[in-house]
Design a protein around this ligand. Structure first.
Ligand SMILES: *Cc1c(COP(=O)(O)O)cnc(C)c1O
Length: 355
């Protein structure tokens, strides 16, 4: 019998240093999840739905009911909605459809690391542009990168993870004019922001807006995300995704969640209020703070190393995201907005650490 394992493909990119260590702590503010669960009534409705599902049958392959309901909630057509297991699978399907060997994707760092990560995994060339020092997008830089790489996918993230600000509408407009392929606006935190690119989508517009149930809907454990785009784009994605990728339970649960939009909006409003309180409190401390339109805040201790502060917070049972080894984010930490109690724990631990 032959022994030894074959070499895997060389498509890991720069995975190292990206994963978020799960440390056993009391206050977990590192992965931008909601601190609140979804409504109990929704859980009851999902359990009721389980009784009615024909588990011996494959799911509705085109997820018609869920897509129709999402389309109605955004005032678009069901043919303009694509659903998948988390918005990461949505992004992966975009790469499988429009990326690949011989093609390029453009990203502007610092930004969500999975955009370039999935690019590498699909053997897409990743062209990297740099944001300005305040992390806003420099259109001259965008023009240079897009001109050089001629990307079939250009990514914006609004609000941008991990830096916090939404892209202004004029920026999305300008990038749409510059880019030769699809412009993808990742709106994982869209409901925290004061504007959305969703109403710019149209059947002859090369614009894609991605959304997720993970953050604003409090359903990160569920793995459900979607995009809104031209019907022609959605039809191409449907040809590339695995058949029956979205199970029946998830389709039903995602649809039922839409009955509780008011609830979601109340949770979002509470988190926005808490976010602004955290920003105010951080401004009184010896740290640089970046403004945020999302449910997290990026900050940098002025006189201590990010690693040391991160560890000192862990020692006080508070876990935040350590971004200090990421390019351009030396010594930066990112805190997710939690419940008022959790945020108080974070702030008092940080005050103690910074002396
Ligand atoms: C969290 C996050 C996602 C991933 O969402 P899932 O739906 O959980 O896969 C996508 N984009 C950004 C910018 C995120 O921060």
């Amino acid at each position: 019998m032959r022994s030894g394992l074959p070499q895997p493909a060389d498509n890991l990119g720069e995975l190292e240093g990206y994963h978020s260590p799960q440390v056993d702590v009391e206050v977990r503010l590192n992965t931008n999840e909601s601190p609140y669960g979804p409504p109990r009534e929704w859980v009851g409705e999902v359990v009721g739905e389980l009784e009615r599902i024909d588990f011996n049958r494959y799911p509705d392959r085109s997820a018609r009911a869920l897509r129709q309901a999402l389309a109605e909630s955004h005032g678009v057509d069901a043919s303009q909605v694509f659903v998948a297991n988390g918005s990461n699978e949505v992004l992966q399907t975009l790469f499988l459809t429009y990326g690949g060997p011989g093609r390029s994707a453009a990203v502007f760092e610092p930004t969500y690391a999975m955009h370039s990560q999935i690019g590498h995994q699909t053997f897409t060339n990743v062209a990297v542009g740099q944001r300005r020092d305040d992390f806003t997008l420099d259109l001259d830089e965008a023009k240079r990168v897009i001109g050089d790489a001629s990307p079939s996918l250009t990514f914006l993230c609004s609000p941008n993870n991990p830096t916090g600000l939404a892209e202004p509408r004029e920026t999305v407009d300008a990038v749409l004019d510059l880019a030769p392929g699809l412009v993808v606006v990742d709106e994982a935190y869209g409901q925290f922001s004061s504007w959305t690119a969703l109403d710019m989508v149209g059947d002859d517009i090369p614009l894609v807006v991605t959304r997720t149930y993970s953050k604003t809907w409090s359903m990160a454990g569920f793995r459900l995300g979607y995009l809104v785009a031209a019907a022609g784009v959605v039809a191409e994605l449907e040809k590339r995704v695995l058949p029956y990728h979205l199970d029946t339970v998830k389709q039903a649960a995602g649809l039922l969640a839409l009955r509780h939009t008011d609830d979601m909006e109340r949770r979002v409003a509470a988190l926005v209020e808490e976010r602004d309180r955290i920003v105010q409190a951080l401004r009184e401390l010896p740290v640089d703070v970046w403004p945020s339109d999302a449910n997290f805040v990026l900050f940098r201790p002025r006189a201590a190393s990010g690693d040391d502060v991160w560890q000192a917070l862990v020692d006080r049972s508070v876990l935040v995201r350590n971004c200090s080894t990421w390019p351009r984010l030396e010594n930066c930490l990112r805190v997710t907005v939690g419940t008022p109690d959790e945020d108080d724990r974070f702030l008092s631990a940080l005050r103690e650490v910074l002396g």
